[in-house]
Design a binder for this molecule. Sequence first.
Ligand SMILES: Nc1nc2c(ncn2[C@@H]2O[C@H](COP(=O)(O)OP(=O)(O)OP(=O)(O)O)[C@@H](O)[C@H]2O)c(=O)[nH]1
Ligand SMILES: [Mg+2]
Length: 446
Amino acid sequence: MARFEPTSTAPVRERAILVGVDFGKNDDWTLEESMAELGRLAETDGADVVFTLTQRLDAPVPRTFIGKGKVEELVSYVRNLDADVVIFDDELTPSQQSNLEKIVGEPVKIIDRTALILDIFGVHATTREGRLQVQLAQLQYVLPRLRGMWSHLVGEQTRGGIGSRFGQGESQLEVDRRLVRKRISTLRDELARLETRREVQSKARWDSGVYRVALAGYTNAGKSTLLNALTGSEVYVRDELFATLDPTTRSIELEEGRKVTLTDTVGFIQKLPTTLVEAFKSTLAEVRAADLILLVADASDSGVERQVRAVRSVLDEIGASQIPSVLVLNKCDLLTPEAFSDLQASHPDAVTISAREGTGLSGLLYRVAREASRGDATVTVLVPFSKGILMKMVHERCQVIREVYTEKGLLATVSASERMRSTLAPYVVPDENFEPWGSTAPTPRQ
Ligand SMILES: Nc1nc2c(ncn2[C@@H]2O[C@H](COP(=O)(O)OP(=O)(O)OP(=O)(O)O)[C@@H](O)[C@H]2O)c(=O)[nH]1
Ligand SMILES: [Mg+2]
């Protein structure tokens, strides 16, 4: 949201006034906490917060969201502090936004939390899919907010040629709306095509029986740092909200030899705009397709419980609440020993780590291995030498308990998931074939 001064090429940070209303609801977030988070979002988007204005109301004022007196106060703060933008913590209706803009006057922008998050997403999207998803969310947000600023009838003046009569009798506003709707439907089509490709890819992973782990959590909880620590990758890590938008998948080998994939993806936030959840559904599908979710939370944040609740509610919204999850309390290096033991006591099931310092990671991997082997059963298989890929799968996707190479192939007793067991079904042999080791090579059922 940085602005450019005509005389310089360096972006100047915009001056923002934040506005929040306490509706007296028994929310997880107090107004102060929500406003502090809004401030962090504004900073991430290149603005400096110069003032925060709050009000207590039972319900939003239909015309201007905040009361008349507050609007007057806002106008004087905007003037005195030379603000460029006013950011509301709650979503404004299109008409509230336009009324406020008229009262506060050009060129001051009136936006809300949703628009701010969409702006950050726009800056951080790097892949084609990410950019299309953000564009879709932005246009859906913009559509009801289009205003007929130049709304004169254009139809009559249109002259000559095929196609030039298109749109006759429409106001400029109608033309704009039609164009935006058309773009929205083109974007949906393009995204659907990309999604099909992604589904094919993830189906291939499913078929190959690899156990998939997704990192999900509140924005800035340290998901990318954890992915880097576990896989030696260099995914973008920043002390910014929504640093990661596009999913990254890496594979790691657990101690017992089994390979698992880890996927880092977009972070969640309270009041996550529904347009974003809808637009990012193919990215979020990575989370939905996981076998296990590592729910990463920032243990040094006083609102860690709330963060976890917000994340669980988004998981619920995207249909991922049934997937087994492990709570990973990160940034434990920032806790005092007392706070650390309190945290452990209140979350006996959680894994405590510091992704930055690399502590607790072996415990975390042990836990992942335990989860990955849930539902495993032991089978003995004889894989012929001609099935090289299958042999590789046995080593990478199963826990090998014992193995021996016989003249007919690899004879192995493995602990395998249901999926792997179905892949291996044609090669299962009775367990007693192992005695004496390798001397009686059985023939597998074909
Ligand atoms: N002290 C401390 N800081 C950490 C730890 N893990 C991550 N951080 C810091 O927290 C900030 C956010 O880390 P990221 O890994 O980018 O967080 P993320 O969850 O991927 O965030 P988004 O992609 O924005 O949703 C960075 O400044 C990290 O250096 C940790 O264990 N201890
Ligand atoms: Mg990240």
